[in-house]
Each structure stands twice: as structure tokens, then as C-alpha cells.
Design a protein around this ligand. Structure first.
Ligand code: LLP
Length: 415
């Protein structure tokens, strides 16, 4: 589903004109569509319906409490990677029994917090972490539910910064090491072996790498079974890509069907951890042109959103479609760089982009920014972070207010 459409020449989302919204909330601001989030979540949930399953939303993609609450109400679980994400997921009403905890560097405080909260399981990424979990479980007189995250050594064919399932990456355990740890941990009273897990990368646009990784897991499950170790869960991670420009990723339906076909015969509960594919195209970043600058060489649209608001173009050379909120009178396009006010040449949202002839005050929507947009934002250049707005039931609500200058200094002390 497309987030927005033009009505009377003005961009419009679920009954809300973005001009009006921007006037009220000001820019830059993130907008999320409740109905797009709902549709995307349900597409995964329905696609997995043939098997017992749990869709654990990857909170790192969008951790806004209202977004998490909406997903909680639809029955989502959560994949968290920090104590802070666990805190937010619980606050938003996602039950601990549907929360899994991934990540290579869980601290003992975070482990204790998750054990006390009663999460579904830890995805354990190293032997050292296994020992840390055991000692916290012993101390708290609890049994820690765990899965091992296996590194299946599969190339996800995506940007190197977001590929995680290759031997050279820091994530997961090599297959043989994981086998060894399963056998050891099976004898320990302080852990409960619940499942097996992998996550090979993000923004994958074909199914094959997922299927290759699942084959490795299936092979391991067979070997574990032969050793008398039986599990309840198989977690295949997240990573399904979305269309930013002209990519043609598999649909959640095709993805779910392929996974179910591979895993149905195991009888295990299948966990998936989609992030981007649920919220990426359900959100955008509204921004306003501050100045138009022609250097003779190049035209710059200097806008009020910057790399601190959306770092993906600077960090991954990511493409985000940018559209004017009001359709221009002529179809004539000019090539321009869309840049922010930050003092870095790397501060851009788009380069050499064909855009209409804009003037100061014109509004733009940076599309596909609902995932890894706000969550990766910062206060660089002492810029207050943008507001977040949820569009729902033909209206909208500010679900995170724009940061103020006083908030910028509230935790600092002048020594
Ligand atoms: N599960 C685990 C263990 C993960 O590490 C990730 C993403 C996901 C699930 C969700 O992946 P998704 O379905 O969203 O692809 N900042 C980057 C993306 C980093 C992804 C990190 N891990 C970006 O803006 O493209």
C-alpha cells in the first residue's frame, strides 16, 4: 500500500492533508500511517498462518511507543536488542512472553532485567554470553530460556553494513560451536533450551538466502534431534526488503509461504523478526525548503531535515524517494541535491535528484522513512529531534513532540 496520494494536487494520507499537518506540527516531522502499519503486520501474520508462529517486530526499526502499542494490539511480539528496547516494548504493552532478546553485547544488568521481566527467550550469540546468562540465572534463582543464534554463513547480497550472516560478521555462533554448546547447555539446570535462531541481514530482495539459511538450521535440528535435544522454536530472523526505488522484493505472502513450506514439517513454532517491511513504507519524513541555492555548478535545496534526522542516505548511500507535498504547476524538473543545514558535506538526503522547481517554504515528503529513521536520529549540531505523528482514523496525533532547546541541556551539569 502506498502511504500517500495526491488529492486536489496536495499529498494526502488517510484523510489527512499533509499541508495542514505540517502547518500544525511544523517540520521536520515523521509521519506514520496506522493503517499501513496494520496492513503490513497482518500481511506477515496471515502469511504465516499455516504454522504455529509469532511475529516479533524488530523494535530497532521503529521504537515509538504508539507504533509499538498498535502492533501489540494486533498481537505482535518484539525482537529487542537492548534494555532500553525491552523497557519500551513492555511499556507499550507487548507481553514479556512474546519478547525475544537478540544482540551480541547484552550486559549482565540487561540480562538480569530480561530474566526478571520473564521474556520468551534470549538469542545467545557467544559462549561468553551463555556463561553470563547462566550466572545471572543462578543468582536470581531462575531458569533462563535460550536459543542459540547461528551464523549460517550465507551471503544475503545486501549492503555490507547490514549483512550479518557471513562468517566474517560479528553475529551469531559458527554451526559447530553452536552444536557443542547445545550439548553442554542441555545438562545445565539454569538454562532451558528453547530454540534455534538466525538472522542473516537486512533489506534482502530475494528469497534464496533465507531458504539457504533455513536449510542450515534444518540440518542442525536433525542433528540435535539425534542427540536427544528437542526444541520448541525456530526463529528465522528478519530482513525482508522493501521497495525504496525500483527494488522488487518478495511480498510478505511469498516470504511467509516459502518459510512455512520449509518448516511446517518440524512442528515447531516459527518466529520471524521483521522490522523494515512492517514500518519502512508506512512512514515518511516531512521537511520544508529553507533556501534554494544555485552555485552555477549545482542547485541545492537546503531543507530543515538533516542527517541527524535521517542518516540512511549519508551512512548507506540509501535512496529515498522525495516528492513535493503540493504538485507543481509545470511538469518541468531540475536536477538538485537535497541537503540539510548540518556542517558536513555528508549531510544530504538526495543527490542529483530530478525535482520540480521549488522555492523557500515548499514542503517535501521523504518517503520510506518509517524504518531506521527516527530510531537512528541524533542531536548532532545540537538539533532538537523531530516530532513524530501517527495518522489514524482520518485524524492525526503527535506521538512524540518535537524536542525543545531546554531538553537539549536537561541532563547536563555545568562543572
Ligand atoms: N532481527 C535482528 C537480530 C536484526 O539484527 C535485525 C536488523 C532485524 C531482526 C530486523 O531486520 P529488518 O526486518 O528490519 O531488515 N539501520 C539499517 C538496518 C540495520 C538492521 C539491523 N538489524 C538501515 O537503515 O538499513
Amino acid at each position: 500500500m502506498d502511504l500517500v496520494e495526491y488529492r486536489d494536487g496536495v499529498l494526502h494520507c488517510e484523510g489527512v492533508f499533509l499541508l495542514k499537518l505540517a502547518k500544525r506540527v511544523k517540520t521536520p516531522c515523521y509521519v506514520y500511517s496506522a493503517s499501513a502499519l496494520t496492513q503490513n503486520f497482518q500481511a506477515f501474520d496471515t502469511a504465516m498462518a499455516q504454522v504455529p508462529h509469532l511475529v516479533c517486530f524488530a523494535v530497532k526499526a521503529n521504537a515509538n511507543l504508539s507504533v509499538l502499542k498498535l502492533l501489540a494490539e494486533l498481537g505482535a511480539g518484539a525482537d529487542v536488542v537492548s534494555g532500553g528496547e525491552l523497557f519500551k516494548a513492555l511499556k507499550a504493552g507487548i507481553p514479556a512472553s512474546k519478547i525475544i532478546y537478540s544482540g551480541v553485547g547484552k550486559t549482565k544488568e540487561e540480562i538480569a532485567y530480561a530474566l526478571k521481566a520473564g521474556i520468551l527467550m534470549f538469542n545467545v550469540e557467544s559462549e561468553a554470553e551463555l556463561h553470563a546468562i547462566c550466572s545471572q540465572a543462578k543468582r536470581l534463582k531462575k531458569r533462563a530460556p535460550i536459543s542459540f543464534r547461528v551464523n549460517p554463513d550465507v551471503d544475503p547480497q545486501t549492503h555490507p553494513y547490514i549483512s550479518t550472516g557471513l562468517k566474517k560478521n560479528k553475529f551469531g555462533l559458527p554451526v559447530e560451536k553452536a552444536m557443542e554448546l547445545y550439548e553442554q547447555a542441555a545438562l545445565w539446570p539454569e538454562v532451558e533450551l528453547k530454540g534455534i535462531d538466525c538472522h542473516i541481514g537486512s533489506q534482502l530482495t530475494s528469497l534464496q538466502p533465507f531458504l539457504d539459511a533455513i536449510d542450515r538450521l534444518l540440518f542442525m535440528l536433525k542433528r540435535l534431534h539425534e542427540k536427544g535435544i528437542s526444541l520448541q522454536y525456530v526463529d528465522v530472523g528478519g530482513g525482508l526488503g522493501i521497495r525504496y526505488k525500483d527494488e522488487t522484493p518478495p511480498t510478505p505472502q511469498a516470504y511467509g509461504a516459502a518459510i512455512c513450506e520449509k518448516l511446517a514439517s518440524t512442528g515447531l513454532t516459527v518466529i520471524i523478526e521483521p522490522g523494515r517491511a512492517i514500518c519502512g513504507n508506512a512512514g515518511g519524513l516531512l521537511t520544508k525548503v529553507i533556501y534554494v541555492k544555485d552555485t552555477g555548478e549545482k542547485r541545492f535545496y537546503i531543507v530543515d531535515a538533516a542527517m541527524n534526522d535521517l542518516i540512511r542516505p549519508s551512512l548507506y548511500q540509501a535512496y529515498h524517494e522525495i516528492v513535493p507535498v503540493r504538485l507543481p504547476k509545470t511538469k518541468k524538473l531540475v536536477s538538485a541535491n537535497v541537503v540539510g543545514p548540518i556542517c558536513e558535506s555528508g549531510d544530504f538526503l538526495a543527490k542529483d535528484r530530478e525535482l520540480p522547481n521549488l522555492k523557500a517554504g515548499d514542503l517535501l515528503l521523504v518517503k520510506s522513512a518509517g524504518a531506521y529513521g527516527f530510531t537512528m536520529s541524533s542531536n548532532y549540531n545540537a538539533r532538537p529531534r523531530a516530532a513524530e505523528v501517527l495518522i489514524k482514523d482520518d485524524g492525526f496525533q503527535v506521538v512524540r513532540k518535537r524536542e525543545t532547546y531546554s531538553r537539549l541541556i536537561q541532563d547536563e551539569r555545568m562543572a
